[in-house]
Design a protein around this ligand. Structure first.
Ligand code: ADP
Length: 597
Protein backbone atom coordinates (compact mmCIF):
# COMPACT_ATOMS: atom_id res chain seq x y z
CA UNK A 1 0.00 0.00 0.00
CA UNK A 2 1.00 3.61 -0.39
CA UNK A 3 2.06 6.11 2.27
CA UNK A 4 -1.55 7.16 2.59
CA UNK A 5 -1.65 4.92 5.60
CA UNK A 6 0.72 7.23 7.39
CA UNK A 7 0.05 10.65 8.80
CA UNK A 8 2.99 12.89 9.23
CA UNK A 9 2.52 16.02 11.28
CA UNK A 10 4.98 18.52 9.81
CA UNK A 11 7.51 20.06 12.19
CA UNK A 12 7.38 23.75 12.99
CA UNK A 13 3.61 24.05 12.67
CA UNK A 14 1.80 25.50 15.64
CA UNK A 15 0.90 22.77 18.00
CA UNK A 16 -2.74 21.80 18.07
CA UNK A 17 -4.49 21.69 21.37
CA UNK A 18 -6.34 18.64 20.20
CA UNK A 19 -7.34 16.90 17.03
CA UNK A 20 -9.46 18.86 14.56
CA UNK A 21 -12.86 17.37 15.10
CA UNK A 22 -16.08 19.16 14.27
CA UNK A 23 -18.13 20.11 17.29
CA UNK A 24 -21.20 18.19 16.16
CA UNK A 25 -19.14 15.01 15.71
CA UNK A 26 -18.08 14.97 19.28
CA UNK A 27 -20.22 12.37 20.89
CA UNK A 28 -20.54 12.26 24.65
CA UNK A 29 -18.45 9.10 24.74
CA UNK A 30 -15.60 10.73 22.89
CA UNK A 31 -15.72 13.84 25.09
CA UNK A 32 -15.67 11.70 28.14
CA UNK A 33 -12.75 9.69 26.83
CA UNK A 34 -10.80 12.82 26.09
CA UNK A 35 -11.54 14.24 29.52
CA UNK A 36 -10.32 11.03 31.13
CA UNK A 37 -7.22 11.08 29.01
CA UNK A 38 -6.44 14.68 29.95
CA UNK A 39 -6.91 13.79 33.57
CA UNK A 40 -4.50 10.89 33.18
CA UNK A 41 -2.06 13.23 31.45
CA UNK A 42 -2.32 15.65 34.31
CA UNK A 43 -1.55 12.84 36.74
CA UNK A 44 1.48 11.89 34.69
CA UNK A 45 2.71 15.48 34.88
CA UNK A 46 2.30 15.46 38.66
CA UNK A 47 4.07 12.12 38.99
CA UNK A 48 6.97 13.34 36.84
CA UNK A 49 7.38 16.37 39.10
CA UNK A 50 7.97 14.07 42.06
CA UNK A 51 10.58 11.92 40.29
CA UNK A 52 14.29 12.56 40.60
CA UNK A 53 15.51 9.55 38.63
CA UNK A 54 15.13 10.16 34.86
CA UNK A 55 14.89 6.44 34.05
CA UNK A 56 11.87 6.11 36.34
CA UNK A 57 10.28 9.13 34.70
CA UNK A 58 10.75 7.65 31.24
CA UNK A 59 9.36 4.34 32.42
CA UNK A 60 6.32 6.08 33.86
CA UNK A 61 5.70 8.02 30.66
CA UNK A 62 6.06 4.92 28.50
CA UNK A 63 3.64 2.95 30.65
CA UNK A 64 1.13 5.79 30.59
CA UNK A 65 1.54 6.15 26.82
CA UNK A 66 0.74 2.47 26.31
CA UNK A 67 -2.17 2.57 28.69
CA UNK A 68 -3.70 5.85 27.37
CA UNK A 69 -3.32 4.83 23.75
CA UNK A 70 -4.44 1.29 24.63
CA UNK A 71 -1.28 0.04 22.95
CA UNK A 72 0.11 -3.27 24.14
CA UNK A 73 3.76 -2.28 23.67
CA UNK A 74 6.10 0.68 23.27
CA UNK A 75 9.68 1.85 23.37
CA UNK A 76 11.87 4.89 24.00
CA UNK A 77 14.83 5.47 21.70
CA UNK A 78 17.66 7.81 22.66
CA UNK A 79 20.13 9.41 20.26
CA UNK A 80 23.74 8.29 20.63
CA UNK A 81 25.92 10.98 19.17
CA UNK A 82 29.16 8.95 19.06
CA UNK A 83 27.62 5.95 17.28
CA UNK A 84 25.18 7.98 15.20
CA UNK A 85 22.24 5.69 16.03
CA UNK A 86 19.03 5.64 18.06
CA UNK A 87 19.44 3.14 20.86
CA UNK A 88 16.41 1.45 22.40
CA UNK A 89 16.77 2.75 25.97
CA UNK A 90 13.48 1.44 27.34
CA UNK A 91 10.92 -1.07 26.11
CA UNK A 92 7.54 -2.18 27.35
CA UNK A 93 6.24 -5.59 26.28
CA UNK A 94 8.34 -5.58 23.12
CA UNK A 95 10.19 -8.65 21.88
CA UNK A 96 13.81 -9.01 23.07
CA UNK A 97 15.25 -8.30 19.62
CA UNK A 98 13.75 -4.84 19.51
CA UNK A 99 15.31 -3.97 22.82
CA UNK A 100 18.74 -4.63 21.40
CA UNK A 101 18.04 -2.62 18.26
CA UNK A 102 20.15 0.33 17.16
CA UNK A 103 18.14 2.29 14.60
CA UNK A 104 19.84 4.62 12.13
CA UNK A 105 18.03 7.96 11.57
CA UNK A 106 15.50 7.65 8.75
CA UNK A 107 14.89 3.93 9.27
CA UNK A 108 11.50 2.68 10.47
CA UNK A 109 8.89 4.86 12.16
CA UNK A 110 11.17 5.97 15.04
CA UNK A 111 14.03 6.69 12.62
CA UNK A 112 11.82 8.90 10.43
CA UNK A 113 10.17 10.65 13.39
CA UNK A 114 13.66 11.47 14.66
CA UNK A 115 15.28 12.45 11.36
CA UNK A 116 12.39 14.58 10.10
CA UNK A 117 11.38 15.77 13.57
CA UNK A 118 7.72 14.98 12.99
CA UNK A 119 5.07 12.63 14.28
CA UNK A 120 4.72 9.41 12.28
CA UNK A 121 1.43 7.48 12.47
CA UNK A 122 1.27 4.20 10.55
CA UNK A 123 -1.71 1.93 10.44
CA UNK A 124 -1.48 -1.24 8.42
CA UNK A 125 2.28 -1.36 8.98
CA UNK A 126 3.03 -4.36 6.69
CA UNK A 127 1.91 -2.41 3.65
CA UNK A 128 3.85 0.76 4.54
CA UNK A 129 6.73 1.44 2.16
CA UNK A 130 8.95 2.61 5.04
CA UNK A 131 8.41 -0.52 7.11
CA UNK A 132 11.63 -1.85 8.60
CA UNK A 133 12.64 -5.48 8.30
CA UNK A 134 12.66 -5.83 12.05
CA UNK A 135 9.15 -4.30 12.31
CA UNK A 136 7.85 -6.73 9.72
CA UNK A 137 9.53 -9.70 11.35
CA UNK A 138 8.03 -8.75 14.69
CA UNK A 139 4.61 -8.54 13.09
CA UNK A 140 3.87 -4.87 13.80
CA UNK A 141 0.31 -3.88 12.84
CA UNK A 142 0.31 -0.17 13.71
CA UNK A 143 2.72 2.30 15.21
CA UNK A 144 2.88 5.92 16.35
CA UNK A 145 6.29 7.56 16.78
CA UNK A 146 6.95 11.06 18.06
CA UNK A 147 10.30 12.86 18.24
CA UNK A 148 11.68 13.80 21.64
CA UNK A 149 13.01 17.31 21.36
CA UNK A 150 13.87 20.32 23.45
CA UNK A 151 14.09 23.51 21.43
CA UNK A 152 16.26 22.68 18.47
CA UNK A 153 17.88 19.66 20.12
CA UNK A 154 16.63 16.20 19.21
CA UNK A 155 16.99 13.63 21.97
CA UNK A 156 15.29 10.56 20.53
CA UNK A 157 11.84 9.14 19.84
CA UNK A 158 8.88 7.74 21.79
CA UNK A 159 6.86 5.02 20.11
CA UNK A 160 3.86 2.78 20.79
CA UNK A 161 3.06 -0.43 18.92
CA UNK A 162 0.03 -2.55 18.15
CA UNK A 163 0.37 -6.14 16.97
CA UNK A 164 -3.30 -7.03 16.54
CA UNK A 165 -4.23 -7.12 12.86
CA UNK A 166 -6.50 -4.25 11.84
CA UNK A 167 -5.71 -2.16 14.92
CA UNK A 168 -5.58 1.54 14.08
CA UNK A 169 -4.34 4.60 16.01
CA UNK A 170 -6.07 7.91 15.32
CA UNK A 171 -4.89 11.51 15.30
CA UNK A 172 -5.97 12.05 18.86
CA UNK A 173 -3.68 9.18 19.87
CA UNK A 174 -0.84 10.87 18.02
CA UNK A 175 -1.59 14.18 19.73
CA UNK A 176 -1.60 12.52 23.13
CA UNK A 177 1.70 10.81 22.43
CA UNK A 178 3.16 14.17 21.36
CA UNK A 179 2.17 15.64 24.71
CA UNK A 180 3.77 12.72 26.53
CA UNK A 181 6.83 12.98 24.29
CA UNK A 182 7.21 16.64 25.26
CA UNK A 183 7.08 15.66 28.92
CA UNK A 184 9.65 12.93 28.40
CA UNK A 185 11.97 15.32 26.54
CA UNK A 186 11.67 17.93 29.30
CA UNK A 187 12.42 15.31 31.94
CA UNK A 188 15.46 14.11 29.98
CA UNK A 189 16.73 17.65 29.51
CA UNK A 190 16.27 18.41 33.18
CA UNK A 191 18.16 15.26 34.10
CA UNK A 192 20.93 16.26 31.70
CA UNK A 193 21.17 19.72 33.20
CA UNK A 194 21.20 18.33 36.73
CA UNK A 195 23.86 15.82 35.78
CA UNK A 196 25.90 18.57 34.09
CA UNK A 197 25.59 20.79 37.15
CA UNK A 198 26.60 17.91 39.43
CA UNK A 199 29.54 17.11 37.20
CA UNK A 200 30.67 20.71 37.20
CA UNK A 201 30.31 20.91 40.98
CA UNK A 202 32.36 17.72 41.39
CA UNK A 203 35.03 19.12 39.09
CA UNK A 204 35.13 22.41 40.93
CA UNK A 205 35.46 20.50 44.18
CA UNK A 206 38.34 18.49 42.75
CA UNK A 207 40.04 21.69 41.57
CA UNK A 208 39.48 23.22 44.98
CA UNK A 209 41.08 20.19 46.68
CA UNK A 210 44.04 20.45 44.36
CA UNK A 211 44.53 24.17 45.04
CA UNK A 212 44.25 23.55 48.78
CA UNK A 213 46.94 20.90 48.48
CA UNK A 214 49.11 23.33 46.51
CA UNK A 215 48.71 26.16 49.01
CA UNK A 216 49.46 23.77 51.87
CA UNK A 217 52.87 23.40 50.18
CA UNK A 218 52.85 19.65 50.56
CA UNK A 219 55.77 18.04 48.80
CA UNK A 220 55.55 18.15 45.04
CA UNK A 221 55.33 14.38 44.55
CA UNK A 222 52.31 14.15 46.88
CA UNK A 223 50.59 17.10 45.18
CA UNK A 224 51.09 15.66 41.69
CA UNK A 225 49.88 12.24 42.85
CA UNK A 226 46.76 13.89 44.28
CA UNK A 227 46.15 15.80 41.06
CA UNK A 228 46.39 12.59 39.01
CA UNK A 229 44.22 10.48 41.32
CA UNK A 230 41.50 13.15 41.66
CA UNK A 231 41.40 13.69 37.91
CA UNK A 232 41.20 10.00 37.03
CA UNK A 233 38.56 9.33 39.67
CA UNK A 234 36.43 12.24 38.54
CA UNK A 235 36.62 11.54 34.82
CA UNK A 236 36.40 7.78 35.44
CA UNK A 237 39.63 7.24 33.52
CA UNK A 238 42.15 4.49 33.97
CA UNK A 239 45.21 6.47 34.98
CA UNK A 240 47.69 9.17 34.12
CA UNK A 241 51.24 10.40 34.28
CA UNK A 242 53.13 13.65 34.62
CA UNK A 243 56.25 14.29 32.57
CA UNK A 244 58.60 17.12 33.43
CA UNK A 245 61.13 18.73 31.12
CA UNK A 246 64.75 18.10 32.04
CA UNK A 247 66.98 20.81 30.63
CA UNK A 248 70.15 18.77 31.13
CA UNK A 249 69.11 15.74 29.08
CA UNK A 250 66.71 17.60 26.77
CA UNK A 251 64.04 14.98 27.53
CA UNK A 252 60.70 14.70 29.28
CA UNK A 253 61.10 12.66 32.44
CA UNK A 254 58.24 10.52 33.79
CA UNK A 255 57.90 12.08 37.25
CA UNK A 256 54.60 10.82 38.68
CA UNK A 257 52.09 8.17 37.70
CA UNK A 258 48.71 6.90 38.82
CA UNK A 259 46.78 3.80 37.77
CA UNK A 260 49.44 2.79 35.22
CA UNK A 261 52.35 0.37 35.67
CA UNK A 262 54.92 3.17 35.69
CA UNK A 263 57.87 0.77 35.99
CA UNK A 264 56.94 -0.77 32.64
CA UNK A 265 56.97 2.58 30.85
CA UNK A 266 59.98 4.47 29.45
CA UNK A 267 61.55 6.61 32.18
CA UNK A 268 61.83 9.51 29.74
CA UNK A 269 60.83 10.46 26.19
CA UNK A 270 62.30 12.82 23.63
CA UNK A 271 60.31 15.80 22.26
CA UNK A 272 57.95 14.43 19.59
CA UNK A 273 58.01 10.92 21.03
CA UNK A 274 54.72 9.47 22.26
CA UNK A 275 51.87 11.52 23.67
CA UNK A 276 54.01 13.51 26.15
CA UNK A 277 56.58 14.35 23.48
CA UNK A 278 53.92 15.34 20.92
CA UNK A 279 52.15 17.52 23.49
CA UNK A 280 55.48 19.17 24.25
CA UNK A 281 56.07 19.96 20.58
CA UNK A 282 52.51 21.15 19.88
CA UNK A 283 52.20 23.21 23.11
CA UNK A 284 48.46 22.42 23.10
CA UNK A 285 46.23 19.44 24.01
CA UNK A 286 46.75 16.33 21.91
CA UNK A 287 43.79 13.92 22.04
CA UNK A 288 44.06 10.46 20.48
CA UNK A 289 41.00 8.22 20.06
CA UNK A 290 42.78 5.15 18.71
CA UNK A 291 46.19 5.01 20.34
CA UNK A 292 46.93 1.55 18.92
CA UNK A 293 47.04 2.96 15.40
CA UNK A 294 48.66 6.28 16.23
CA UNK A 295 52.02 6.69 14.44
CA UNK A 296 53.79 8.23 17.47
CA UNK A 297 52.72 5.48 19.90
CA UNK A 298 55.46 3.64 21.82
CA UNK A 299 55.42 -0.15 22.39
CA UNK A 300 55.31 0.08 26.19
CA UNK A 301 52.20 2.32 26.16
CA UNK A 302 50.67 0.25 23.37
CA UNK A 303 51.09 -2.87 25.47
CA UNK A 304 48.69 -1.37 28.00
CA UNK A 305 45.94 -1.84 25.39
CA UNK A 306 45.01 1.83 25.45
CA UNK A 307 42.76 3.56 22.93
CA UNK A 308 41.80 6.98 24.27
CA UNK A 309 44.74 9.08 25.46
CA UNK A 310 44.94 12.83 26.10
CA UNK A 311 48.08 14.92 26.57
CA UNK A 312 47.88 18.43 28.02
CA UNK A 313 50.85 20.80 28.19
CA UNK A 314 51.91 22.09 31.61
CA UNK A 315 52.44 25.80 31.08
CA UNK A 316 52.95 28.55 33.62
CA UNK A 317 53.46 32.21 32.67
CA UNK A 318 54.13 31.14 29.09
CA UNK A 319 56.86 28.70 30.18
CA UNK A 320 56.32 25.05 29.28
CA UNK A 321 57.25 22.72 32.15
CA UNK A 322 56.11 19.34 30.83
CA UNK A 323 52.96 17.38 30.00
CA UNK A 324 50.03 15.78 31.79
CA UNK A 325 48.87 12.52 30.19
CA UNK A 326 45.54 10.83 30.98
CA UNK A 327 44.62 7.40 29.60
CA UNK A 328 41.09 6.02 29.20
CA UNK A 329 40.18 2.41 29.96
CA UNK A 330 40.66 0.15 26.92
CA UNK A 331 36.88 0.14 26.33
CA UNK A 332 36.28 3.64 27.75
CA UNK A 333 34.60 6.40 25.74
CA UNK A 334 36.79 8.90 23.87
CA UNK A 335 37.70 12.18 25.58
CA UNK A 336 35.05 14.88 25.10
CA UNK A 337 35.93 18.54 24.47
CA UNK A 338 34.42 19.34 27.89
CA UNK A 339 36.80 16.85 29.55
CA UNK A 340 39.77 18.29 27.69
CA UNK A 341 38.77 21.76 28.90
CA UNK A 342 38.69 20.45 32.46
CA UNK A 343 42.08 18.77 31.98
CA UNK A 344 43.50 22.10 30.87
CA UNK A 345 42.35 23.62 34.18
CA UNK A 346 43.92 20.73 36.08
CA UNK A 347 47.14 21.07 34.08
CA UNK A 348 47.21 24.79 34.96
CA UNK A 349 47.02 23.88 38.65
CA UNK A 350 49.69 21.22 38.30
CA UNK A 351 51.97 23.71 36.52
CA UNK A 352 51.52 26.20 39.36
CA UNK A 353 52.36 23.48 41.91
CA UNK A 354 55.52 22.56 40.00
CA UNK A 355 56.60 26.18 39.63
CA UNK A 356 55.91 26.83 43.34
CA UNK A 357 58.06 23.88 44.32
CA UNK A 358 60.85 25.10 42.05
CA UNK A 359 60.72 28.62 43.49
CA UNK A 360 60.58 27.24 47.01
CA UNK A 361 63.70 25.16 46.33
CA UNK A 362 65.48 28.13 44.77
CA UNK A 363 64.59 30.32 47.76
CA UNK A 364 65.87 27.67 50.19
CA UNK A 365 69.07 27.40 48.15
CA UNK A 366 69.48 31.18 48.17
CA UNK A 367 68.99 31.24 51.95
CA UNK A 368 71.58 28.48 52.35
CA UNK A 369 73.98 30.39 50.05
CA UNK A 370 73.50 33.56 52.09
CA UNK A 371 74.30 31.68 55.26
CA UNK A 372 77.32 30.06 53.65
CA UNK A 373 78.52 33.47 52.47
CA UNK A 374 78.10 34.91 55.94
CA UNK A 375 80.11 32.06 57.44
CA UNK A 376 82.78 32.44 54.76
CA UNK A 377 83.12 36.19 55.45
CA UNK A 378 83.30 35.51 59.17
CA UNK A 379 85.95 32.87 58.60
CA UNK A 380 88.04 35.09 56.32
CA UNK A 381 87.81 37.98 58.74
CA UNK A 382 88.85 35.88 61.76
CA UNK A 383 91.69 34.09 60.01
CA UNK A 384 93.01 37.31 58.45
CA UNK A 385 93.10 39.06 61.81
CA UNK A 386 94.92 36.12 63.35
CA UNK A 387 97.47 36.11 60.52
CA UNK A 388 98.05 39.85 60.51
CA UNK A 389 99.83 40.07 63.91
CA UNK A 390 102.49 37.36 63.40
CA UNK A 391 103.04 38.67 59.86
CA UNK A 392 103.79 42.13 61.19
CA UNK A 393 106.46 40.58 63.43
CA UNK A 394 107.99 38.58 60.59
CA UNK A 395 108.01 41.64 58.34
CA UNK A 396 109.50 43.85 61.08
CA UNK A 397 112.22 41.43 62.17
CA UNK A 398 113.23 40.49 58.62
CA UNK A 399 113.56 44.20 57.84
CA UNK A 400 115.69 44.69 60.94
CA UNK A 401 117.91 41.74 60.05
CA UNK A 402 118.32 43.08 56.53
CA UNK A 403 119.40 46.45 57.88
CA UNK A 404 121.91 44.93 60.31
CA UNK A 405 123.45 42.97 57.41
CA UNK A 406 124.06 39.98 59.65
CA UNK A 407 125.35 36.56 58.64
CA UNK A 408 126.63 35.16 55.36
CA UNK A 409 125.54 36.14 51.86
CA UNK A 410 123.32 33.04 51.73
CA UNK A 411 121.68 33.98 55.00
CA UNK A 412 121.07 37.52 53.76
CA UNK A 413 119.45 36.21 50.63
CA UNK A 414 117.25 33.98 52.73
CA UNK A 415 116.28 36.92 54.94
CA UNK A 416 115.44 38.98 51.84
CA UNK A 417 113.21 36.16 50.58
CA UNK A 418 111.49 35.97 53.95
CA UNK A 419 110.90 39.71 53.86
CA UNK A 420 109.49 39.70 50.31
CA UNK A 421 107.23 36.77 51.10
CA UNK A 422 105.94 38.43 54.25
CA UNK A 423 105.21 41.65 52.31
CA UNK A 424 103.22 39.66 49.72
CA UNK A 425 101.39 37.79 52.45
CA UNK A 426 100.61 40.97 54.34
CA UNK A 427 99.14 42.43 51.14
CA UNK A 428 97.01 39.35 50.62
CA UNK A 429 95.81 39.42 54.21
CA UNK A 430 95.01 43.15 53.89
CA UNK A 431 93.05 42.41 50.71
CA UNK A 432 91.13 39.65 52.48
CA UNK A 433 90.32 41.94 55.37
CA UNK A 434 89.15 44.63 52.95
CA UNK A 435 86.98 42.13 51.10
CA UNK A 436 85.35 40.92 54.30
CA UNK A 437 84.68 44.57 55.28
CA UNK A 438 83.20 45.24 51.83
CA UNK A 439 80.98 42.15 52.00
CA UNK A 440 79.84 43.04 55.48
CA UNK A 441 79.10 46.61 54.34
CA UNK A 442 81.62 47.95 56.84
CA UNK A 443 83.96 49.72 54.46
CA UNK A 444 84.02 53.31 55.72
CA UNK A 445 85.54 56.13 53.67
CA UNK A 446 87.20 59.14 55.25
CA UNK A 447 86.94 61.72 52.49
CA UNK A 448 88.75 65.02 52.61
CA UNK A 449 89.98 67.61 50.16
CA UNK A 450 92.98 66.39 48.23
CA UNK A 451 95.22 67.16 45.29
CA UNK A 452 94.93 64.25 42.90
CA UNK A 453 98.00 65.31 40.87
CA UNK A 454 100.20 65.15 43.98
CA UNK A 455 98.74 61.81 44.97
CA UNK A 456 99.43 60.35 41.51
CA UNK A 457 102.97 61.68 41.44
CA UNK A 458 103.73 60.15 44.80
CA UNK A 459 102.25 56.79 43.75
CA UNK A 460 104.27 56.76 40.52
CA UNK A 461 107.44 57.67 42.43
CA UNK A 462 106.92 54.74 44.76
CA UNK A 463 106.20 52.39 41.83
CA UNK A 464 109.42 53.48 40.11
CA UNK A 465 111.38 52.63 43.28
CA UNK A 466 109.55 49.34 43.56
CA UNK A 467 110.06 48.43 39.88
CA UNK A 468 112.99 50.40 38.52
CA UNK A 469 112.86 48.51 35.21
CA UNK A 470 109.34 49.79 34.46
CA UNK A 471 108.97 52.90 32.30
CA UNK A 472 106.09 54.89 33.78
CA UNK A 473 104.86 58.10 32.16
CA UNK A 474 102.58 60.52 33.92
CA UNK A 475 100.28 62.86 31.94
CA UNK A 476 98.20 65.14 34.09
CA UNK A 477 95.85 67.86 32.85
CA UNK A 478 94.68 70.73 34.97
CA UNK A 479 92.66 69.05 37.74
CA UNK A 480 90.10 70.35 40.19
CA UNK A 481 90.36 69.71 43.92
CA UNK A 482 88.73 66.44 44.89
CA UNK A 483 86.99 65.35 48.03
CA UNK A 484 87.92 61.64 48.47
CA UNK A 485 89.55 59.23 50.89
CA UNK A 486 93.29 59.70 50.14
CA UNK A 487 94.36 56.32 51.56
CA UNK A 488 91.76 54.43 49.57
CA UNK A 489 92.49 56.44 46.42
CA UNK A 490 96.15 55.60 46.81
CA UNK A 491 95.20 51.94 47.27
CA UNK A 492 93.28 52.03 43.96
CA UNK A 493 96.20 53.51 42.03
CA UNK A 494 98.77 51.26 43.73
CA UNK A 495 96.72 48.20 42.82
CA UNK A 496 96.51 49.19 39.15
CA UNK A 497 100.22 50.07 38.99
CA UNK A 498 101.09 46.86 40.77
CA UNK A 499 99.12 44.86 38.19
CA UNK A 500 100.83 46.72 35.35
CA UNK A 501 104.17 45.93 36.94
CA UNK A 502 103.35 42.25 37.32
CA UNK A 503 101.53 41.56 34.08
CA UNK A 504 103.13 44.04 31.66
CA UNK A 505 106.63 44.21 33.11
CA UNK A 506 108.55 44.88 29.92
CA UNK A 507 106.19 47.48 28.55
CA UNK A 508 105.67 51.17 28.99
CA UNK A 509 103.01 52.30 31.41
CA UNK A 510 101.16 55.58 31.04
CA UNK A 511 99.13 57.13 33.84
CA UNK A 512 96.75 59.85 32.56
CA UNK A 513 94.48 62.06 34.61
CA UNK A 514 91.98 64.56 33.21
CA UNK A 515 88.70 66.25 33.93
CA UNK A 516 85.61 64.47 32.76
CA UNK A 517 81.91 65.02 32.95
CA UNK A 518 81.10 65.56 36.62
CA UNK A 519 84.59 64.75 37.96
CA UNK A 520 87.94 63.28 36.97
CA UNK A 521 89.08 60.25 35.05
CA UNK A 522 92.30 58.33 35.55
CA UNK A 523 93.62 55.82 32.98
CA UNK A 524 96.43 53.33 33.64
CA UNK A 525 97.53 51.90 30.28
CA UNK A 526 100.13 49.29 29.55
CA UNK A 527 101.40 47.58 26.42
CA UNK A 528 101.38 44.12 27.99
CA UNK A 529 99.73 40.87 26.91
CA UNK A 530 96.20 42.28 27.11
CA UNK A 531 93.17 40.41 28.41
CA UNK A 532 90.88 38.01 26.52
CA UNK A 533 87.17 38.93 26.19
CA UNK A 534 86.30 35.85 28.27
CA UNK A 535 88.56 37.03 31.13
CA UNK A 536 87.39 40.64 30.80
CA UNK A 537 83.89 39.60 31.76
CA UNK A 538 84.99 38.09 35.06
CA UNK A 539 88.12 39.98 36.00
CA UNK A 540 86.43 42.13 38.66
CA UNK A 541 84.93 39.11 40.43
CA UNK A 542 86.46 38.06 43.78
CA UNK A 543 89.23 35.43 43.51
CA UNK A 544 89.09 35.39 39.71
CA UNK A 545 92.50 35.09 38.07
CA UNK A 546 93.22 35.27 34.36
CA UNK A 547 93.64 32.07 32.39
CA UNK A 548 96.55 33.17 30.17
CA UNK A 549 99.84 31.35 30.62
CA UNK A 550 101.90 34.56 30.97
CA UNK A 551 99.58 35.64 33.82
CA UNK A 552 99.47 32.36 35.70
CA UNK A 553 103.09 32.32 37.01
CA UNK A 554 102.45 35.64 38.80
CA UNK A 555 101.36 35.17 42.37
CA UNK A 556 98.08 36.76 43.33
CA UNK A 557 94.86 36.15 45.15
CA UNK A 558 92.52 37.53 42.49
CA UNK A 559 91.25 40.23 44.85
CA UNK A 560 93.04 43.40 43.68
CA UNK A 561 90.54 44.44 40.97
CA UNK A 562 87.56 43.43 43.12
CA UNK A 563 88.72 45.82 45.78
CA UNK A 564 89.47 48.54 43.21
CA UNK A 565 85.93 48.28 41.89
CA UNK A 566 84.37 48.44 45.33
CA UNK A 567 86.52 51.39 46.41
CA UNK A 568 85.73 53.35 43.24
CA UNK A 569 82.03 52.60 43.50
CA UNK A 570 82.04 53.51 47.21
CA UNK A 571 83.26 56.96 46.10
CA UNK A 572 80.39 57.16 43.60
CA UNK A 573 82.63 56.57 40.57
CA UNK A 574 82.82 53.95 37.85
CA UNK A 575 85.53 51.55 36.75
CA UNK A 576 86.22 49.91 33.41
CA UNK A 577 88.69 48.24 31.11
CA UNK A 578 89.64 48.41 27.44
CA UNK A 579 91.87 45.62 26.27
CA UNK A 580 92.55 43.10 23.55
CA UNK A 581 94.93 40.14 23.62
CA UNK A 582 98.40 41.29 22.51
CA UNK A 583 97.39 44.95 22.47
CA UNK A 584 97.83 45.95 26.11
CA UNK A 585 95.22 47.06 28.61
CA UNK A 586 93.80 50.32 29.85
CA UNK A 587 92.13 50.24 33.26
CA UNK A 588 90.21 53.44 33.95
CA UNK A 589 88.13 54.87 36.73
CA UNK A 590 86.19 58.04 37.28
CA UNK A 591 85.55 59.89 40.54
CA UNK A 592 82.99 62.58 41.25
CA UNK A 593 84.31 65.87 42.59
CA UNK A 594 82.91 65.01 46.00
CA UNK A 595 82.85 61.42 47.18
CA UNK A 596 79.61 60.10 48.55
CA UNK A 597 79.69 59.69 52.30
P1 ADP B 1 95.55 39.06 40.88
O1 ADP B 1 96.47 40.02 40.24
O2 ADP B 1 95.86 38.77 42.27
O3 ADP B 1 95.32 37.85 40.08
P2 ADP B 1 93.55 41.05 40.28
O4 ADP B 1 92.15 41.16 40.70
O5 ADP B 1 94.42 42.23 40.52
O6 ADP B 1 94.11 39.76 40.99
O7 ADP B 1 93.57 40.71 38.76
C1 ADP B 1 92.76 39.72 38.25
C2 ADP B 1 93.29 39.18 36.95
O8 ADP B 1 93.26 40.22 35.97
C3 ADP B 1 94.73 38.80 36.97
O9 ADP B 1 94.85 37.47 37.44
C4 ADP B 1 95.16 38.95 35.54
O10 ADP B 1 94.78 37.81 34.81
C5 ADP B 1 94.31 40.07 35.04
N1 ADP B 1 95.01 41.37 34.96
C6 ADP B 1 94.94 42.39 35.84
N2 ADP B 1 95.68 43.44 35.42
C7 ADP B 1 96.22 43.08 34.22
C8 ADP B 1 97.07 43.73 33.27
N3 ADP B 1 97.53 44.97 33.46
N4 ADP B 1 97.42 43.06 32.15
C9 ADP B 1 96.96 41.77 31.93
N5 ADP B 1 96.14 41.12 32.80
C10 ADP B 1 95.79 41.75 33.92
Amino acid sequence: MSDSASTSLPPGEPRRIGPRVDQEDVSLGQAERRALRLLALHEVALAIGGQSDPSHTLELILMQACSLLRAPAGAVYLWEEERGVLRCALAHNTPERLREAAVPPGQGAAGIAFRDCKTVLINNYPSWSGASRLGLELGLAAVVSVPLRVGERLLGALEVHAYERGYAFDEEDAWLLELLGDQAATALEQARLVEQAERRAARLLALHRVSTAISAQANLGATLALILSQTCQLLKRRGGAIYLWDEGSGRLVLTEGHGLPVDQLEASVAPGEDIAGQTWLCRRPVVIDDYQRWPHATPSWKALGLHGVAGIPLIVAGRQLGALVIAAEADGPPFTPEEVQFLELVAGQAAVAIENARLFKAAARARAMDELNRLKSEFISTVSHELRTPLTYIQGYSELLQRRRLGSEAAREAIAEIHNASVRMARLVDDLLDLSRIEAGRLDLRPRELDLAELLKSAVRAARVQAPHLEIQLEIDELPTLVADPDRLRQIIDNLLNNAERYAATSRVIVRARRCDGGVRVDVSDEGPGISPEDQERIFEPFYRGKRSEVLPQRGGGLGLTIVRHLVEAHGGRVGLESAPGRGSTFWFTLPLRARR
